[in-house]
Design a binder for this molecule. Structure first.
Ligand code: SAH
Ligand code: SF4
Ligand code: F3S
Length: 474
Protein backbone atom coordinates (compact mmCIF):
# COMPACT_ATOMS: atom_id res chain seq x y z
CA UNK A 1 0.00 0.00 0.00
CA UNK A 2 1.32 3.45 -0.85
CA UNK A 3 2.44 5.85 1.89
CA UNK A 4 -0.22 8.43 1.15
CA UNK A 5 -2.96 5.91 1.84
CA UNK A 6 -1.42 4.90 5.16
CA UNK A 7 -1.27 8.55 6.12
CA UNK A 8 -4.96 9.17 5.50
CA UNK A 9 -7.07 10.39 8.42
CA UNK A 10 -9.75 8.26 10.09
CA UNK A 11 -12.89 7.33 8.19
CA UNK A 12 -15.53 10.03 8.87
CA UNK A 13 -18.95 9.02 10.23
CA UNK A 14 -21.15 11.32 8.19
CA UNK A 15 -22.06 9.37 5.05
CA UNK A 16 -21.29 12.10 2.52
CA UNK A 17 -17.94 12.89 4.19
CA UNK A 18 -17.23 9.16 4.34
CA UNK A 19 -17.69 8.81 0.60
CA UNK A 20 -15.45 11.81 -0.08
CA UNK A 21 -12.83 10.08 2.06
CA UNK A 22 -13.07 7.01 -0.17
CA UNK A 23 -12.88 9.19 -3.29
CA UNK A 24 -9.56 10.55 -2.02
CA UNK A 25 -8.38 7.00 -1.41
CA UNK A 26 -9.56 5.75 -4.81
CA UNK A 27 -7.77 8.66 -6.41
CA UNK A 28 -4.46 7.37 -5.12
CA UNK A 29 -5.10 3.90 -6.56
CA UNK A 30 -6.13 5.39 -9.90
CA UNK A 31 -2.94 7.49 -9.92
CA UNK A 32 -0.90 4.33 -9.34
CA UNK A 33 -2.74 2.62 -12.20
CA UNK A 34 -2.14 5.64 -14.44
CA UNK A 35 1.58 5.48 -13.66
CA UNK A 36 1.63 1.78 -14.59
CA UNK A 37 -0.31 2.34 -17.83
CA UNK A 38 1.55 5.53 -18.73
CA UNK A 39 -1.80 7.28 -19.34
CA UNK A 40 -5.07 8.13 -17.65
CA UNK A 41 -7.19 4.98 -17.21
CA UNK A 42 -10.40 5.01 -19.25
CA UNK A 43 -13.91 4.18 -18.13
CA UNK A 44 -17.12 3.56 -20.05
CA UNK A 45 -20.51 3.72 -18.31
CA UNK A 46 -23.28 2.09 -20.31
CA UNK A 47 -26.81 2.85 -19.15
CA UNK A 48 -29.89 0.71 -19.77
CA UNK A 49 -33.46 1.59 -18.79
CA UNK A 50 -35.16 4.76 -17.66
CA UNK A 51 -34.31 8.35 -16.71
CA UNK A 52 -33.76 7.25 -13.13
CA UNK A 53 -30.91 5.03 -14.27
CA UNK A 54 -29.57 7.77 -16.53
CA UNK A 55 -29.39 10.07 -13.52
CA UNK A 56 -27.70 7.36 -11.43
CA UNK A 57 -25.09 6.98 -14.16
CA UNK A 58 -24.37 10.72 -13.98
CA UNK A 59 -23.64 10.20 -10.30
CA UNK A 60 -21.23 7.35 -11.12
CA UNK A 61 -19.50 9.48 -13.75
CA UNK A 62 -19.21 12.37 -11.27
CA UNK A 63 -17.24 10.13 -8.92
CA UNK A 64 -15.21 8.46 -11.68
CA UNK A 65 -14.04 11.80 -13.04
CA UNK A 66 -13.19 13.02 -9.57
CA UNK A 67 -10.97 10.03 -8.85
CA UNK A 68 -9.14 10.40 -12.17
CA UNK A 69 -10.76 8.26 -14.84
CA UNK A 70 -11.17 9.51 -18.38
CA UNK A 71 -14.76 8.86 -19.46
CA UNK A 72 -15.09 7.40 -22.96
CA UNK A 73 -17.91 5.95 -25.06
CA UNK A 74 -15.96 2.90 -26.26
CA UNK A 75 -16.49 -0.27 -24.23
CA UNK A 76 -12.94 -1.35 -24.95
CA UNK A 77 -11.87 0.54 -21.79
CA UNK A 78 -9.93 -0.10 -18.57
CA UNK A 79 -13.15 -0.03 -16.59
CA UNK A 80 -16.63 -0.78 -17.92
CA UNK A 81 -19.81 -0.32 -15.88
CA UNK A 82 -23.22 -1.56 -16.96
CA UNK A 83 -26.05 0.21 -15.16
CA UNK A 84 -28.77 -2.33 -15.84
CA UNK A 85 -32.56 -2.41 -16.18
CA UNK A 86 -34.87 -5.36 -15.60
CA UNK A 87 -38.32 -3.94 -16.35
CA UNK A 88 -38.72 -6.27 -19.36
CA UNK A 89 -36.79 -9.43 -20.13
CA UNK A 90 -35.22 -8.06 -23.34
CA UNK A 91 -33.33 -5.51 -21.18
CA UNK A 92 -31.76 -8.42 -19.25
CA UNK A 93 -30.94 -10.39 -22.38
CA UNK A 94 -29.08 -7.41 -23.83
CA UNK A 95 -26.81 -7.28 -20.78
CA UNK A 96 -25.97 -11.02 -20.92
CA UNK A 97 -25.28 -10.74 -24.64
CA UNK A 98 -22.87 -7.85 -24.25
CA UNK A 99 -21.07 -9.36 -21.28
CA UNK A 100 -19.67 -11.92 -23.71
CA UNK A 101 -18.16 -9.13 -25.78
CA UNK A 102 -16.66 -7.53 -22.66
CA UNK A 103 -15.04 -10.83 -21.74
CA UNK A 104 -13.28 -10.76 -25.11
CA UNK A 105 -11.88 -7.28 -24.36
CA UNK A 106 -10.80 -8.37 -20.90
CA UNK A 107 -8.78 -11.31 -22.24
CA UNK A 108 -6.70 -8.81 -24.20
CA UNK A 109 -6.49 -6.27 -21.34
CA UNK A 110 -5.84 -8.12 -18.05
CA UNK A 111 -6.03 -4.81 -16.08
CA UNK A 112 -9.58 -4.32 -17.24
CA UNK A 113 -12.34 -4.23 -14.58
CA UNK A 114 -16.02 -4.91 -15.17
CA UNK A 115 -18.79 -3.70 -12.85
CA UNK A 116 -22.54 -4.34 -12.91
CA UNK A 117 -25.09 -2.27 -11.04
CA UNK A 118 -28.69 -1.13 -11.34
CA UNK A 119 -32.06 -2.81 -11.11
CA UNK A 120 -31.12 -6.24 -12.48
CA UNK A 121 -28.66 -6.69 -9.63
CA UNK A 122 -31.46 -6.51 -7.06
CA UNK A 123 -32.69 -9.92 -8.25
CA UNK A 124 -31.05 -12.83 -6.39
CA UNK A 125 -31.41 -15.15 -9.42
CA UNK A 126 -29.36 -12.71 -11.50
CA UNK A 127 -26.56 -12.63 -8.93
CA UNK A 128 -26.47 -16.46 -8.89
CA UNK A 129 -26.26 -16.57 -12.66
CA UNK A 130 -23.42 -14.05 -12.80
CA UNK A 131 -21.48 -15.85 -10.06
CA UNK A 132 -21.86 -19.16 -11.89
CA UNK A 133 -21.47 -18.18 -15.52
CA UNK A 134 -19.81 -14.75 -15.68
CA UNK A 135 -16.94 -15.12 -13.21
CA UNK A 136 -14.91 -12.45 -15.00
CA UNK A 137 -17.13 -9.69 -13.53
CA UNK A 138 -15.22 -7.79 -10.81
CA UNK A 139 -17.83 -5.72 -8.97
CA UNK A 140 -21.58 -6.00 -8.42
CA UNK A 141 -23.70 -3.53 -6.48
CA UNK A 142 -27.37 -2.59 -6.44
CA UNK A 143 -29.71 0.39 -6.53
CA UNK A 144 -29.88 1.02 -2.77
CA UNK A 145 -26.16 1.40 -2.14
CA UNK A 146 -25.12 3.29 -5.27
CA UNK A 147 -24.15 6.21 -2.99
CA UNK A 148 -21.20 4.11 -1.72
CA UNK A 149 -19.72 3.65 -5.17
CA UNK A 150 -16.48 5.38 -4.10
CA UNK A 151 -16.10 2.93 -1.22
CA UNK A 152 -16.75 -0.04 -3.52
CA UNK A 153 -14.19 1.28 -5.96
CA UNK A 154 -11.60 1.18 -3.21
CA UNK A 155 -12.66 -2.38 -2.40
CA UNK A 156 -12.20 -3.24 -6.06
CA UNK A 157 -8.56 -2.14 -5.82
CA UNK A 158 -7.92 -3.77 -2.45
CA UNK A 159 -9.77 -7.09 -2.61
CA UNK A 160 -9.18 -10.18 -4.71
CA UNK A 161 -12.08 -11.88 -6.49
CA UNK A 162 -15.57 -10.66 -7.24
CA UNK A 163 -16.76 -7.83 -4.94
CA UNK A 164 -20.50 -8.15 -4.31
CA UNK A 165 -22.53 -5.71 -2.22
CA UNK A 166 -26.33 -5.81 -2.55
CA UNK A 167 -28.79 -4.33 -0.07
CA UNK A 168 -32.37 -5.53 0.14
CA UNK A 169 -33.77 -2.08 0.85
CA UNK A 170 -32.83 1.26 2.38
CA UNK A 171 -34.39 4.29 4.01
CA UNK A 172 -31.24 6.32 3.36
CA UNK A 173 -30.96 9.30 1.02
CA UNK A 174 -27.37 10.55 0.75
CA UNK A 175 -27.09 14.14 -0.50
CA UNK A 176 -24.33 16.25 -2.04
CA UNK A 177 -22.18 13.67 -3.81
CA UNK A 178 -20.52 14.60 -7.12
CA UNK A 179 -22.60 14.44 -10.33
CA UNK A 180 -21.47 14.98 -13.90
CA UNK A 181 -24.29 15.98 -16.26
CA UNK A 182 -24.54 14.61 -19.76
CA UNK A 183 -26.05 17.87 -21.06
CA UNK A 184 -24.89 21.31 -19.94
CA UNK A 185 -28.32 22.93 -20.29
CA UNK A 186 -30.72 20.32 -18.94
CA UNK A 187 -30.75 17.91 -16.05
CA UNK A 188 -32.81 15.25 -14.34
CA UNK A 189 -33.36 15.62 -10.59
CA UNK A 190 -34.57 12.85 -8.29
CA UNK A 191 -37.38 14.08 -6.13
CA UNK A 192 -38.24 10.64 -4.81
CA UNK A 193 -36.98 7.08 -4.94
CA UNK A 194 -38.76 3.73 -5.02
CA UNK A 195 -42.39 2.85 -5.55
CA UNK A 196 -45.23 1.60 -3.34
CA UNK A 197 -47.80 0.86 -6.02
CA UNK A 198 -47.07 -2.77 -6.83
CA UNK A 199 -48.78 -2.89 -10.22
CA UNK A 200 -49.07 -6.64 -10.62
CA UNK A 201 -46.85 -6.88 -13.75
CA UNK A 202 -44.07 -4.61 -12.49
CA UNK A 203 -40.74 -5.43 -10.89
CA UNK A 204 -39.74 -1.86 -10.05
CA UNK A 205 -41.05 -1.87 -6.42
CA UNK A 206 -38.96 -5.02 -5.77
CA UNK A 207 -35.74 -3.61 -7.20
CA UNK A 208 -36.08 0.05 -6.21
CA UNK A 209 -37.61 -0.42 -2.76
CA UNK A 210 -40.19 1.61 -0.88
CA UNK A 211 -41.12 5.16 -1.71
CA UNK A 212 -38.91 7.87 -0.18
CA UNK A 213 -39.20 11.59 -0.93
CA UNK A 214 -36.29 13.99 -0.76
CA UNK A 215 -36.66 17.10 1.36
CA UNK A 216 -37.99 20.05 -0.66
CA UNK A 217 -35.09 22.20 0.61
CA UNK A 218 -32.51 19.77 -0.80
CA UNK A 219 -34.33 19.67 -4.14
CA UNK A 220 -34.57 23.47 -4.40
CA UNK A 221 -30.91 23.92 -3.47
CA UNK A 222 -29.85 21.38 -6.08
CA UNK A 223 -31.91 23.11 -8.79
CA UNK A 224 -30.57 26.55 -7.82
CA UNK A 225 -27.03 25.22 -8.15
CA UNK A 226 -27.82 23.67 -11.52
CA UNK A 227 -29.35 26.91 -12.80
CA UNK A 228 -26.28 28.83 -11.65
CA UNK A 229 -24.28 26.31 -13.68
CA UNK A 230 -26.23 26.96 -16.91
CA UNK A 231 -29.19 24.58 -16.69
CA UNK A 232 -32.43 25.98 -18.15
CA UNK A 233 -34.59 22.84 -18.21
CA UNK A 234 -35.10 20.32 -15.44
CA UNK A 235 -36.91 17.01 -15.33
CA UNK A 236 -38.20 16.02 -11.89
CA UNK A 237 -37.85 12.26 -11.54
CA UNK A 238 -39.86 9.71 -9.59
CA UNK A 239 -41.80 6.52 -10.34
CA UNK A 240 -44.95 8.29 -9.19
CA UNK A 241 -44.31 12.01 -8.71
CA UNK A 242 -47.96 12.63 -7.82
CA UNK A 243 -47.46 11.00 -4.43
CA UNK A 244 -44.35 13.12 -3.71
CA UNK A 245 -44.03 14.40 -0.16
CA UNK A 246 -46.72 12.30 1.47
CA UNK A 247 -44.32 10.54 3.82
CA UNK A 248 -42.14 13.51 4.75
CA UNK A 249 -42.06 14.70 8.36
CA UNK A 250 -43.65 17.92 7.14
CA UNK A 251 -45.86 16.65 4.32
CA UNK A 252 -46.05 18.71 1.14
CA UNK A 253 -47.82 17.99 -2.15
CA UNK A 254 -46.17 17.69 -5.55
CA UNK A 255 -48.14 20.74 -6.69
CA UNK A 256 -46.73 22.77 -3.79
CA UNK A 257 -43.22 21.64 -4.65
CA UNK A 258 -43.78 22.77 -8.25
CA UNK A 259 -44.92 26.20 -7.04
CA UNK A 260 -41.64 26.58 -5.13
CA UNK A 261 -39.54 25.44 -8.06
CA UNK A 262 -41.35 27.84 -10.38
CA UNK A 263 -39.94 30.74 -8.31
CA UNK A 264 -36.33 29.86 -9.13
CA UNK A 265 -35.01 32.66 -11.29
CA UNK A 266 -33.23 31.70 -14.49
CA UNK A 267 -35.00 28.35 -14.73
CA UNK A 268 -37.00 28.26 -17.96
CA UNK A 269 -38.61 24.85 -18.24
CA UNK A 270 -39.90 22.29 -15.78
CA UNK A 271 -40.76 18.72 -16.76
CA UNK A 272 -41.62 15.73 -14.60
CA UNK A 273 -41.96 11.97 -14.87
CA UNK A 274 -44.01 9.86 -14.18
CA UNK A 275 -47.57 10.66 -13.15
CA UNK A 276 -49.79 7.86 -11.94
CA UNK A 277 -53.39 8.63 -12.99
CA UNK A 278 -54.81 7.52 -9.65
CA UNK A 279 -52.97 10.29 -7.75
CA UNK A 280 -53.20 13.20 -10.20
CA UNK A 281 -54.84 16.05 -8.26
CA UNK A 282 -56.92 19.04 -9.35
CA UNK A 283 -54.34 21.15 -7.54
CA UNK A 284 -51.65 19.84 -9.92
CA UNK A 285 -53.75 20.62 -12.99
CA UNK A 286 -54.31 24.14 -11.65
CA UNK A 287 -50.60 24.69 -11.00
CA UNK A 288 -49.75 23.44 -14.49
CA UNK A 289 -52.35 25.73 -16.01
CA UNK A 290 -51.05 28.83 -14.20
CA UNK A 291 -47.39 28.04 -14.66
CA UNK A 292 -45.17 29.81 -17.18
CA UNK A 293 -42.43 27.24 -16.79
CA UNK A 294 -44.07 23.83 -16.53
CA UNK A 295 -43.96 22.30 -20.00
CA UNK A 296 -47.14 21.61 -21.93
CA UNK A 297 -46.62 17.87 -21.70
CA UNK A 298 -48.03 15.20 -19.43
CA UNK A 299 -46.93 11.58 -19.52
CA UNK A 300 -49.91 9.70 -18.15
CA UNK A 301 -49.43 5.92 -18.39
CA UNK A 302 -52.63 4.14 -19.32
CA UNK A 303 -51.29 0.54 -19.46
CA UNK A 304 -54.70 -0.79 -20.57
CA UNK A 305 -58.06 0.63 -21.55
CA UNK A 306 -59.99 -2.35 -20.18
CA UNK A 307 -61.27 -1.94 -16.64
CA UNK A 308 -61.09 -5.71 -16.16
CA UNK A 309 -57.39 -5.72 -17.06
CA UNK A 310 -56.67 -2.52 -15.11
CA UNK A 311 -58.16 -4.22 -12.10
CA UNK A 312 -55.95 -7.29 -12.56
CA UNK A 313 -52.98 -4.95 -13.03
CA UNK A 314 -53.77 -3.30 -9.67
CA UNK A 315 -53.75 0.13 -11.30
CA UNK A 316 -56.62 1.38 -9.12
CA UNK A 317 -58.54 3.35 -11.78
CA UNK A 318 -61.17 2.37 -14.34
CA UNK A 319 -61.35 3.13 -18.05
CA UNK A 320 -64.02 5.75 -17.32
CA UNK A 321 -62.00 7.42 -14.57
CA UNK A 322 -58.97 7.67 -16.85
CA UNK A 323 -61.03 9.13 -19.70
CA UNK A 324 -62.65 11.66 -17.36
CA UNK A 325 -59.23 12.69 -16.07
CA UNK A 326 -57.81 13.14 -19.57
CA UNK A 327 -60.84 15.18 -20.57
CA UNK A 328 -60.53 17.40 -17.50
CA UNK A 329 -56.87 18.06 -18.30
CA UNK A 330 -57.60 18.84 -21.96
CA UNK A 331 -60.35 21.24 -20.96
CA UNK A 332 -58.17 23.13 -18.47
CA UNK A 333 -54.99 23.11 -20.57
CA UNK A 334 -56.01 22.84 -24.25
CA UNK A 335 -52.47 23.12 -25.66
CA UNK A 336 -51.11 20.19 -23.63
CA UNK A 337 -49.64 17.08 -25.22
CA UNK A 338 -50.55 13.85 -23.46
CA UNK A 339 -48.34 10.79 -23.93
CA UNK A 340 -48.64 7.33 -22.45
CA UNK A 341 -47.35 3.80 -21.87
CA UNK A 342 -49.40 0.78 -22.95
CA UNK A 343 -48.88 -2.90 -22.24
CA UNK A 344 -50.32 -5.49 -24.63
CA UNK A 345 -50.61 -9.16 -23.70
CA UNK A 346 -51.14 -8.91 -19.95
CA UNK A 347 -52.45 -12.25 -18.58
CA UNK A 348 -56.13 -12.77 -19.39
CA UNK A 349 -56.23 -10.05 -22.05
CA UNK A 350 -58.60 -10.82 -24.95
CA UNK A 351 -59.09 -9.03 -28.27
CA UNK A 352 -62.10 -7.29 -26.68
CA UNK A 353 -59.81 -5.85 -24.02
CA UNK A 354 -57.41 -4.69 -26.72
CA UNK A 355 -60.34 -2.95 -28.44
CA UNK A 356 -61.02 -1.08 -25.19
CA UNK A 357 -57.41 0.13 -25.19
CA UNK A 358 -57.77 1.22 -28.81
CA UNK A 359 -60.94 3.07 -27.87
CA UNK A 360 -59.07 5.06 -25.21
CA UNK A 361 -56.23 5.86 -27.63
CA UNK A 362 -58.74 7.26 -30.10
CA UNK A 363 -60.57 9.27 -27.46
CA UNK A 364 -57.55 10.73 -25.64
CA UNK A 365 -55.58 11.31 -28.86
CA UNK A 366 -52.05 10.83 -27.56
CA UNK A 367 -49.18 12.77 -29.08
CA UNK A 368 -47.05 9.70 -28.53
CA UNK A 369 -47.40 6.33 -26.84
CA UNK A 370 -44.84 3.72 -25.89
CA UNK A 371 -46.35 0.33 -26.55
CA UNK A 372 -44.80 -2.70 -24.85
CA UNK A 373 -45.42 -6.39 -25.12
CA UNK A 374 -46.08 -7.77 -21.64
CA UNK A 375 -42.99 -9.39 -20.18
CA UNK A 376 -43.33 -11.93 -17.39
CA UNK A 377 -41.27 -10.88 -14.35
CA UNK A 378 -40.47 -13.57 -11.81
CA UNK A 379 -41.78 -12.72 -8.35
CA UNK A 380 -44.57 -10.40 -9.50
CA UNK A 381 -48.21 -11.48 -9.01
CA UNK A 382 -48.91 -11.47 -12.78
CA UNK A 383 -46.20 -14.08 -13.38
CA UNK A 384 -48.39 -16.77 -11.87
CA UNK A 385 -51.50 -15.77 -13.85
CA UNK A 386 -52.46 -17.54 -17.06
CA UNK A 387 -50.32 -16.12 -19.87
CA UNK A 388 -51.68 -15.10 -23.30
CA UNK A 389 -50.45 -17.11 -26.33
CA UNK A 390 -47.78 -15.29 -28.35
CA UNK A 391 -49.68 -15.09 -31.65
CA UNK A 392 -52.64 -13.38 -30.00
CA UNK A 393 -50.35 -10.91 -28.25
CA UNK A 394 -48.66 -10.10 -31.56
CA UNK A 395 -51.99 -9.44 -33.25
CA UNK A 396 -53.13 -7.11 -30.47
CA UNK A 397 -49.77 -5.35 -30.37
CA UNK A 398 -49.75 -4.61 -34.12
CA UNK A 399 -53.27 -3.25 -33.93
CA UNK A 400 -52.51 -0.98 -30.97
CA UNK A 401 -49.29 0.25 -32.57
CA UNK A 402 -51.09 1.15 -35.81
CA UNK A 403 -53.74 3.12 -33.89
CA UNK A 404 -51.10 4.94 -31.86
CA UNK A 405 -49.19 5.93 -35.01
CA UNK A 406 -52.31 7.18 -36.77
CA UNK A 407 -53.63 9.27 -33.87
CA UNK A 408 -50.19 10.62 -32.97
CA UNK A 409 -49.63 11.75 -36.55
CA UNK A 410 -52.88 13.67 -36.48
CA UNK A 411 -52.16 15.16 -33.04
CA UNK A 412 -48.63 16.27 -33.80
CA UNK A 413 -49.75 17.76 -37.15
CA UNK A 414 -52.04 20.25 -35.46
CA UNK A 415 -49.12 22.68 -34.96
CA UNK A 416 -48.24 22.84 -38.66
CA UNK A 417 -47.38 26.39 -39.74
CA UNK A 418 -47.23 27.71 -36.16
CA UNK A 419 -44.23 29.29 -34.47
CA UNK A 420 -42.95 27.38 -31.44
CA UNK A 421 -40.28 27.94 -28.80
CA UNK A 422 -37.69 25.20 -29.16
CA UNK A 423 -34.86 24.34 -26.77
CA UNK A 424 -31.98 23.26 -28.98
CA UNK A 425 -30.39 20.03 -27.70
CA UNK A 426 -27.86 18.88 -30.27
CA UNK A 427 -26.54 18.92 -33.81
CA UNK A 428 -28.56 16.40 -35.81
CA UNK A 429 -26.82 13.03 -35.96
CA UNK A 430 -27.70 12.20 -39.56
CA UNK A 431 -27.63 15.69 -41.12
CA UNK A 432 -24.95 17.97 -39.63
CA UNK A 433 -26.53 21.09 -41.20
CA UNK A 434 -29.52 20.67 -38.87
CA UNK A 435 -29.98 21.02 -35.14
CA UNK A 436 -32.54 19.15 -33.06
CA UNK A 437 -34.61 20.60 -30.26
CA UNK A 438 -37.79 20.11 -28.29
CA UNK A 439 -40.97 22.12 -28.11
CA UNK A 440 -42.51 22.70 -24.69
CA UNK A 441 -44.89 19.81 -25.47
CA UNK A 442 -41.86 17.53 -26.02
CA UNK A 443 -42.27 17.25 -29.84
CA UNK A 444 -38.93 17.11 -31.64
CA UNK A 445 -38.06 19.74 -34.26
CA UNK A 446 -35.15 19.64 -36.71
CA UNK A 447 -34.09 22.88 -38.42
CA UNK A 448 -31.03 24.48 -40.06
CA UNK A 449 -28.59 25.78 -37.45
CA UNK A 450 -25.24 25.13 -35.77
CA UNK A 451 -23.82 24.05 -32.44
CA UNK A 452 -23.82 27.63 -31.07
CA UNK A 453 -27.57 27.25 -30.62
CA UNK A 454 -27.26 24.29 -28.24
CA UNK A 455 -28.90 25.10 -24.89
CA UNK A 456 -30.77 28.13 -26.28
CA UNK A 457 -34.52 28.55 -26.63
CA UNK A 458 -35.33 29.89 -30.10
CA UNK A 459 -38.47 30.56 -32.12
CA UNK A 460 -38.98 28.11 -34.97
CA UNK A 461 -41.64 27.95 -37.68
CA UNK A 462 -43.01 24.42 -37.95
CA UNK A 463 -43.03 23.81 -41.69
CA UNK A 464 -43.50 20.08 -42.22
CA UNK A 465 -44.86 17.45 -39.88
CA UNK A 466 -43.27 14.00 -40.29
CA UNK A 467 -45.24 11.78 -37.92
CA UNK A 468 -43.61 12.29 -34.52
CA UNK A 469 -41.38 15.27 -35.46
CA UNK A 470 -41.24 18.53 -37.43
CA UNK A 471 -38.91 20.09 -39.95
CA UNK A 472 -38.79 23.85 -39.54
CA UNK A 473 -36.76 27.05 -39.79
CA UNK A 474 -35.77 29.77 -37.33
N1 SAH B 1 -43.51 4.33 -12.72
C1 SAH B 1 -43.85 4.44 -14.07
C2 SAH B 1 -43.36 3.35 -14.98
C3 SAH B 1 -42.05 2.74 -14.85
S1 SAH B 1 -41.77 1.40 -15.93
C4 SAH B 1 -45.35 4.43 -14.15
O1 SAH B 1 -46.00 3.77 -13.38
O2 SAH B 1 -45.82 5.04 -15.07
C5 SAH B 1 -42.12 2.08 -17.50
C6 SAH B 1 -43.15 1.35 -18.27
O3 SAH B 1 -42.74 0.04 -18.53
C7 SAH B 1 -44.49 1.17 -17.59
O4 SAH B 1 -45.30 2.30 -17.69
C8 SAH B 1 -45.07 -0.01 -18.30
O5 SAH B 1 -45.82 0.38 -19.43
C9 SAH B 1 -43.86 -0.78 -18.77
N2 SAH B 1 -43.71 -2.03 -18.03
C10 SAH B 1 -43.49 -2.21 -16.73
N3 SAH B 1 -43.44 -3.51 -16.42
C11 SAH B 1 -43.65 -4.19 -17.58
C12 SAH B 1 -43.73 -5.58 -17.93
N4 SAH B 1 -43.60 -6.52 -17.02
N5 SAH B 1 -43.94 -5.89 -19.22
C13 SAH B 1 -44.08 -4.93 -20.16
N6 SAH B 1 -44.02 -3.63 -19.88
C14 SAH B 1 -43.81 -3.25 -18.61
FE1 SF4 C 1 -44.20 -0.09 -11.70
FE2 SF4 C 1 -46.64 0.66 -11.16
FE3 SF4 C 1 -44.64 1.56 -9.66
FE4 SF4 C 1 -44.92 2.40 -12.15
S1 SF4 C 1 -46.36 2.77 -10.47
S2 SF4 C 1 -43.05 1.72 -11.18
S3 SF4 C 1 -45.69 0.60 -13.20
S4 SF4 C 1 -45.35 -0.55 -9.80
FE1 F3S D 1 -35.58 -0.28 -15.59
FE2 F3S D 1 -35.03 0.13 -13.08
FE3 F3S D 1 -35.88 2.12 -14.56
S1 F3S D 1 -36.03 -1.65 -13.91
S2 F3S D 1 -37.18 1.12 -16.05
S3 F3S D 1 -34.00 1.03 -14.84
S4 F3S D 1 -36.34 1.77 -12.42
Amino acid sequence: MSNSIENMAQIPEDETARQFYFMDKAKIYVEELAAKLGRKPTCCVNTFGCQMNARDSEKLVGILERVGYEIIEDENADFVIYNTCTVRDNANQKVYGRLGVLNGYKRKNPDMKIALCGCMMQEPTVIEKIKNSYGFVDLIFGTHNIFKFAELLVALFEQKGMVIDIWEDTDKIVEDLPVERKYSFKSGINIMFGCNNFCSYCIVPYVRGRERSRNPKDIITEIERLVADGVVEIMLLGQNVNSYGKNLEEPITFAELLREIEKIEGLERIRFMTSHPKDLSDELIQVMKESKKICRHLHLPLQSGSTKILNAMNRRYTKEQYLALAEKIRKKIPDIAITTDIIVGFPGETMEDVEETIDVIKKVKYDNAFTFIYSKRTGTPAASMEQVPEDIVRKGFDKVLKTVQDTAKEQVARYQGQIAEVLVEEVNGSDRSLVTGRMSNNTLVHFPGNENLIGKIVKVTLDECHGFYYLGHM
